[in-house]
Design a protein around this ligand. Sequence first.
Ligand code: ATP
Ligand code: MG
Length: 294
Amino acid sequence: MVSKLEVIGSRITNRMLGRNKDYGGILTEVTGAQGSSKTGALLSFSTHTMRLHPKEKIFWREQYDAPLQIFKLGNGNFHFLVQKESKVVFRDRDNRLKHIKLPNVSYFESIPVYKEGLDKDGKKILDHTKPDFDDLWKKAIPGKVNVVFFGNPNEWMDFIHRLRNVGEWTNVFIDEMADICPAVNSDSLYKRIRDFAGDLGAVRRCMINVMYNTQTAQDVDWKIRKKVMLKIFLPGAITDTASRVTQRAIDNLKRDTIRGNEAYLDMGGEFGKIQFTNIFRPNPKYHIEAHVDV
Ligand SMILES: Nc1ncnc2c1ncn2[C@@H]1O[C@H](COP(=O)(O)OP(=O)(O)OP(=O)(O)O)[C@@H](O)[C@H]1O
Ligand SMILES: [Mg+2]
């Protein structure tokens, strides 16, 4: 027998994967214990998005200095996009972190940003470079997961801001949001996160789906968390005072590494339950990592 919770669970997932301009995009937060398949949840939704909407662009954020999770998706389903002049390199953990060249990498341009004034020879003085988001957008391949590497992970905030203006359905998956919008942050990052919270508050109107995960919700800046529309609780998640899903209910979620873990969904007070059926195991052949060489 299908329970009421399961019916609502599939209604919410259909709403996420369906495309209705009146509803718009969704900002989703996934939480759960270590190893509860938080990354697996993002891989699962990116797979469904690829299959159901092969013309849409999908962007994926990976952590640096750790084996790339995207290999769990299977070769052919993803494509790497690296910012030129960003010092991002790939290394192989199975071979003493030796530099490795990957076949499916494209490079997008950087734009120079100059300091005010000129040097003594009358030349412009380079301050830093910014990613060329237009070039990045152009080089992203629809129907694949585009794994993007910026020199500085905070650029994700500006990139999503830029996506507000593309005018077509776009999907962004962020593994480990606390790296980008940490709860503890400095003055300049504070302002950037405040603006970014504004952008995330607009995803519904801009047809952008953003899904992020974090082990502990409190590690992500509260201004961002206030904009979350859908919360997915995997086993071991800690309840949050803003949701009516109880800790006891979460503690009873089934963990099943064969058939998939269960999860609760809370969307604006509507509760549902789902079971993930796609299992994304580590690929023992690939321990490739991205590093920013300094
Ligand atoms: N849908 C699933 N249901 C149950 N187990 C899964 C599922 N997908 C993957 N797994 C198993 O659980 C392990 C951990 O998954 P995953 O890396 O997605 O968890 P995580 O919560 O992101 O972990 P971390 O806290 O290290 O980031 C995987 O190696 C895999 O074997
Ligand atoms: Mg993970």
